[in-house]
Design a protein around this ligand. Structure first.
Ligand SMILES: CC(C)(COP(=O)(O)OP(=O)(O)OC[C@H]1O[C@@H](n2cnc3c(N)ncnc32)[C@H](O)[C@@H]1OP(=O)(O)O)[C@@H](O)C(=O)NCCC(=O)NCCS
Length: 149
């Protein structure tokens, strides 16, 4: 079972490395909440605010990165994002991370969580539907989904 932690200095290099791997793997097409750079990894370590950023750890290694954000901007419904390290995909870690993030949202008194997903991101769409997200078109390239938590 994976564990979860908030982002600390001790994981900064691993997070920056994950961002580099994602870019090399072409994942920025589907996962681009912010630039995937070492500067951004540093910003996440230093971040203090209402939004929540987490790392997923599997067998001691960084296997995923996810967040709930929007509270800083004043929204009641947080926007969820997650990515699993390419070498850790297909092991139910994405599913596990989603459940973890929903629990965190609930603890912050959110009733719902939202996300957006590219219409061609088949793996993510299948996962979100399976978990219970109601997806609808947002624009020509993406869907928006909501789930009660
Ligand atoms: C989408 C993503 C998070 C899934 O993570 P994962 O750990 O591989 O997913 P899981 O192993 O938990 O799979 C859960 C479900 O997702 C779906 N799924 C996962 N990979 C899939 C694939 N390659 N093709 C089709 N469906 C897939 C399946 O429904 C699967 O359920 P099943 O095992 O019962 O068939 C991961 O592929 C990823 O990080 N992608 C790049 C970034 C991204 O797209 N993030 C989401 C942005 S909205």
């Amino acid at each position: 079972m994976p564990s979860y932690e908030t982002i600390s200095e001790s994981r900064r290099f691993e997070l920056a490395t994950l961002f580099t791997i994602l870019v090399a793997n072409g994942d920025e097409q589907y996962f681009h909440p912010h630039p995937l750079t070492s500067h951004e990894a540093k910003k996440k370590v230093q971040y203090k605010g209402l939004d929540l950023y987490f790392l997923q750890i599997s067998a001691g290694k960084l296997s995923g990165y996810g967040f709930l954000r929007g509270w800083d901007e004043g929204y009641d419904i947080p926007s969820l994002g997650l990515v699993i390290h390419p070498q850790f995909r297909g092991q139910d870690l994405g599913k596990n991370f989603l459940h973890f993030l929903h629990k965190q949202a609930k603890e912050q008194k959110a009733r719902e969580v939202r996300l957006t997903v590219d219409i061609s991101n088949k793996a993510a769409i299948k996962l979100y539907k399976e978990i219970g997200y109601q997806l609808q078109p947002k624009n020509e390239t993406s869907l928006v989904g909501f789930i009660e938590v």
